[in-house]
Design a protein around this ligand. Sequence first.
Ligand code: F0G
Length: 366
Amino acid sequence: MAHQWQGIINEYRERLPFDDADAVVTLKEGGTPLVRAEKLAARTGAEVYIKVEGANPTGSFKDRGMTSAITQVVKEGTQIVACASTGNTSASAAAYAAKAGLGCAVILPAGKIAAGKLAQAIVHGANLVAVDGNFDDCLRIVRELTEKYPVALVNSVNPYRLQGQKTAAFEIVDELGDAPDIHILPVGNAGNISAYWMGYNEYAGHTTAASMDESATRLEPHATRLPRMWGVQAAGAAPFVAGHPIENPETVATAIRIGNPASWNYAVAARDDSRGWIRAVSDEDILRAQRILAEEVGIFVEPASAASVAGLLAAAESGEVPENARIVCTVTGNGLKDTATALAGRDIDFDPIASSLDAAVAALGL
Ligand code: F0G
């Protein structure tokens, strides 16, 4: 019988900080598709794979970190979780809190959350507060809140989040047989690039500053090499490119509209220790990459996710992509979360035709 995926904790328990006795809160996250993108290969001269994290239960990579964060919260006995969010973290926290029977408080930047994500937090029963400020303001509030009240913080400053998220790197190595030459992903609060770098390192038998224990050095390595980490930010929200926090971040990719990333030092280490880079791409380039992914690869992602492919294309244009390099781009969230941005500027007011084959054939121009 074919193996049925059991969620990232059950699949990778020996490399995660949980025992067999721990009750796992899971929606069977992970095990996401790694799709070969021939058209992107033709555009770049590399061997390109897309890691489709929008295929997770709530439609983003956050579920990997949320299964581990919420499992730990339940183990410790806290009844309420809280997060700041540009949308996806809140959607995931709300769903896993619902599964575990916990309360969930969500602090959001007012007016800057894609409709699909807001819908998710609401239907899963989270308690929502909209702040007149940006994500960085929300994170500051929720950090103070969770210090002063018996509420568990489930943003990626909670180390269990990165533990779960590192499993995406394990899956890539398991599928490709070793680490790729280059891994590209969008960077916002900078947890995910830190988690991938930890995952690649641990699978190769090393720890990083984000590691929670030494188990990686005891377990048999599954990778012989490490990738270069290429991070991509939106030009209006690119603190790593500026070298300092940005006060008023702005981008169409609202998920990465972040000016003061929490995992700054881990991300800088991932970039430098891997001899990689973090660059900025324009909103236009992000939306172009979103269209290319949809039209040429068959994958509909939200704008922030397309930043990884925008970064790949920019690197190819400037001659930085080594020929035949094996490259994995993570696309972090599902396009259905933000249809308004994807459809902006497109004519979607269809004039109905008569209900006949002839009228349909005429209208289609066949
Ligand atoms: N892509 C998407 C779709 C995201 O939602 C996020 C972060 C990122 C990329 C960046 O990842 O923060 O680990 O560097 N979203 C967070 C949220 C901030 O609240 O949902 P990161």
